[in-house]
Design a protein around this ligand. Structure first.
Ligand code: COA
Length: 332
């Protein structure tokens, strides 16, 4: 049986920074409020001519280069995004495949909001274990600034842009393999986080309504409470299902939505500060891109080594959630 190994990581972070101070000139908020309630100090914003696929392709190139696997060996690209280049087609994954110079491969997007990266990791694992694919490029890429309402202080303080990518490959060596992935969803909470207009579920009287149609809306406080409860239950379950102690986790890499959510889950698992990967302060919430961007951060700062066990954990619109136990397994 083939197993799936997490071979490499890459990310792209746009250069423009939007600070809390700048946001407080745009809406009624303050650096103090944002920092205290979310842990976010700044977020990066893509240029107007920089698309989700541009960021995804840059992250993917880096992940490919670091994997040591020739790009001609990639047989599938999956992109997790809620801010695709185009609504509804072509998929961002197909555009990325062209930007990478890849043809005749399987390419598609999935929509699982902030849980997107855990979902695409599980799809890559399943395809590889089924023997259908050998080298899968997974990409979380978001230009959330394109779907953020910068007059809504309840959401615009949270989100940023960026992309992260990983190469997942077949291996015979179980020691290198992704151990387990949990994914879940509950559509009865769909209204907590949504882009209510612009799709077939919304009625449009006029074209003018569509200009702001894709902005995100969120019931922040309710989302917060369910996030803490769901994430805590999910990580406890995945550890116990696999007979792994929280002290065995070298890097806890949660979705970077809110420092208080991350701390609450970390406390429930009795994790030490050095086990918890935090990037929320500098990138904010980049939805499907946040986990691979965070993994890239520890990789680039020399903290991620071969064989070390990561616990990934995410929660997002849908509602969706997921967790994964992933050893970092670069090719020697
Ligand atoms: N600046 C200043 N005040 C703000 C504000 C801002 N940016 N946003 C909201 N407020 C105000 C509210 O209007 C409210 O005022 P009131 O008491 O006078 O009515 C007060 O702050 C409390 O609002 P509330 O929404 O209860 O705050 P909160 O502590 O829940 O923090 C969030 C708001 C959005 C930071 C928090 O709910 C959160 O992070 N939720 C989860 C979001 C998330 O993770 N989403 C993505 C999931 S992947």
């Amino acid at each position: 049986m083939a197993y799936a190994a997490f071979r490499s990581i890459g990310a792209y972070i746009p250069s423009k920074i939007l600070s809390n101070e700048e946001l407080s000139k745009m809406v009624d908020t303050s650096d103090e409020w944002i920092t205290k309630r979310t842990g976010i100090k700044e977020r990066h914003i893509a240029a107007s001519d920089e698309f989700t696929s541009d960021m995804g392709a840059k992250a993917a190139k880096l992940a490919l280069q670091r994997s040591g696997i020739d790009k001609s060996k990639i047989d599938m690209i999956i992109c997790a995004t809620i801010s695709p280049d185009y609504f509804c087609m072509p998929s961002t994954a197909t555009i990325i495949s062209t930007k990478l110079g890849l043809k005749n491969i399987t390419a598609f997007d999935i929509s699982a909001a902030c849980t997107g990266f855990v979902y695409i990791l599980s799809i890559a694992k399943a395809f590889i274990e089924a023997g259908m694919k050998k080298n899968v490029l997974i990409i979380g890429a978001e230009k959330l600034s394109a779907i953020t309402d910068y007059s809504d202080r309840g959401t615009c303080i949270l989100f940023g842009d960026g992309a992260g990518a990983a190469v997942i490959s077949a291996t015979d060596n179980k020691e290198e393999a992704i151990i387990d992935i949990h994914t879940g969803a509950d559509g009865s909470f769909a209204d907590l986080l949504m882009t209510p207009n612009g799709g077939s579920g919304s009625a449009h009287d006029s074209l003018e309504q569509e200009a702001s149609s894709c902005f995100m809306q969120m019931k922040g406080n309710e989302t917060f409470k369910i996030a803490v409860k769901t994430l805590t239950k999910d990580v406890i379950e995945i550890l116990s299902d696999n007979n792994i102690q929280s002290s065995d986790i070298k890097h806890f890499v949660p979705h970077q939505a809110n420092l208080r959510i991350i701390k609450a889950v970390g406390d429930a698992l009795k994790l030490k500060d050095e086990q918890i990967v935090l990037t929320v302060e500098k990138y904010g919430n980049t939805s499907g891109a946040s986990i691979p961007m965070a993994i890239n951060d520890i990789y680039e700062s020399g903290k991620l080594h071969a064989g070390e066990l990561m616990l990934l954990d995410a929660f997002g619109g849908g509602l969706t959630w997921g967790s994964a136990l992933v050893p970092f397994s670069p090719l020697k």
